[in-house]
Design a protein around this ligand. Structure first.
Ligand code: IMP
Length: 434
């Protein structure tokens, strides 16, 4: 596989998450020395299948499954220490080595606290049906809100300052207890002493992993080490560019800000998209197929959430939404995932425009009202009948499958580098640049 010419690479999703980034990172990682996660937290779920072993990674970067790779959780991510330590432990039990030599976490990353998780759950429960976001309930939104609000955010570096941490937790607990009582009529209170003791213990366990991630990362780049920036969620869930407010709370597209490196640090951007579209949680999804087509895709593609187990909403490939995401992210190459899931469908549809009111638009609208109203304008392409899971060369794919991939590539004006035809590492077709 000739990925050397890609240089430092950012792998990010061009849809609403779950595009298959975990598999792509795992495939490419043999060509890299470092994998850096730059956004999100325990909401993410990256599935990697090695032989018959299935690994569901949440906060830990996908490079941990390869020996000799340094994995960094950078400053733009948020860290839930209890969940992270649990994930480290369960990986160790499955024989994965994890120590300060192959996993580092940024001392500047913000920490998820119990009040973040509780607020995530209570606020979702209290919201009117139409206002629910459908979060993963991992406290992500409230944690990023405290980070941006500055008064109540607490970072990894503070775990090493017992007196300061105690004071901060005491003040934050007093505020959160009053808030939860007044706004949500919640009687349960947070016990500052117990939480301080718990987080100091987490700090002790996490200490070997803590580092100044920008110093480590930029130092490795200067030494000529090859870095893969691993995105979480997808561009359409980006807090700035996604289908707001039905988004996550991080900047999913901005690897430079999250990792603390200059934008010029990545030579290539690999945009990952499924051959169809899925979404978990609420929010507009113009090409959603609630009936038979959606069910076929869900069952064939195993479209159930890695983090929450929720059935994913499924639909046709949306070239309007994905081209918009590509404009924001600037992929130099594409990875088209789950092509095999579409085998056996007589015809395939790709959305190339939206009918909104009397107009047909080709640009992705900002407001969710237009998106809810949008009726997709489809191009119909012929499907193929045989299974393609054993196919390893583009030229060996059925004509219709090739045409389908070429159609997507043309709509996104980006060459395809990877086609996935099954969950296993080797069920992959690699295309070289022309
Ligand atoms: P949160 O990130 O838990 O706040 O959830 C906000 C939205 O992002 C919800 O629609 C979630 O389903 C979605 N989301 C968060 N993480 C992922 C992911 O890793 N894959 C797909 N969707 C995600």
């Amino acid at each position: 596989m000739r990925h050397k010419d890609l240089g430092n690479t950012c792998v990010l999703g061009l849809q609403w998450g779950d595009e298959g980034k975990g598999k792509v990172v795992d495939l490419l990682v043999e060509h890299f020395d470092v994998v850096a996660r730059y956004a999100g937290g325990a909401n993410a779920g990256h599935t990697v299948v090695i032989d018959s072993d299935r690994f569901a990674l949440h906060q830990v970067p996908s490079g941990v499954l390869r020996e000799g790779v340094m994995n960094i959780i950078a400053s733009g991510a948020v860290i839930d220490p209890a969940a992270l330590l649990g994930e480290i432990e369960s990986l160790r039990q499955r024989g994965v080595r994890l120590d300060g030599d192959n996993l580092r976490i940024s001392d500047r990353a913000h920490l998820v606290f119990p009040w973040h998780r509780r607020e995530d759950v209570i606020a979702e429960g209290a919201a009117r049906a139409g206002d629910k976001i459908g979060t993963t309930a991992r406290g992500i939104g409230p944690c990023y809100a405290d980070k941006a609000g500055r008064r109540w955010g607490i970072r990894v570096c503070e775990l090493c300052r017992p007196a300061g941490l105690r004071e901060r937790i005491l003040a934050t607990c007093a505020y959160k207890n009053a808030l939860f009582r007044a706004v949500y009529e919640c009687r349960e209170t947070f016990d500052a002493n117990a939480i301080t003791a718990e987080y100091l213990a987490f700090g002790e366990q996490l200490r070997p992993f803590m580092c100044d991630a920008t110093a480590v990362l930029n130092g490795l780049i200067r030494q000529g080490k090859r870095v893969l920036f691993e995105g979480a969620q997808g561009a359409l869930l980006d807090v700035d560019h996604g289908t707001y407010p039905f988004v996550t709370s991080s900047s999913t597209t901005n690897f430079a800000a999250g990792a603390g490196v200059p934008a010029s640090a990545a030579n290539s951007i690999l945009g990952v998209a499924k051959a169809y579209t899925t979404r978990v949680g609420r929010g507009p999804f113009p090409t959603e197929q609630a009936g038979e087509v959606g069910d076929i895709i869900r069952e064939r593609g195993g479209e159930y959430g890695t983090t929450t187990g929720r059935p994913r909403r499924c639909g046709w490939f949306d070239a309007v939404a994905t081209a918009y995401a590509a404009r924001v992210c600037g992929p130099t190459h594409l990875a088209i995932m789950h092509l095999d899931t579409l085998s056996g469908m007589r015809e395939l549809r790709v959305c190339v425009g939206y009918r909104i009111g009397k107009k047909i638009v080709n640009d992705f609208p900002a407001d969710v009202y237009s998106l809810e109203e949008a009726e997709p304008v489809y191009e119909t392409l012929p499907g193929w009948s045989g299974e393609i899971g054993d196919c390893r060369e583009f030229s060996k794919l059925p004509d219709e499958a090739r045409r389908y991939v070429e159609f997507i590539s043309a709509r996104l004006e980006t060459p395809v580098r990877i086609i996935s035809v099954g969950p296993a590492r080797d069920q992959t077709i690699i295309l070289e640049d022309n």
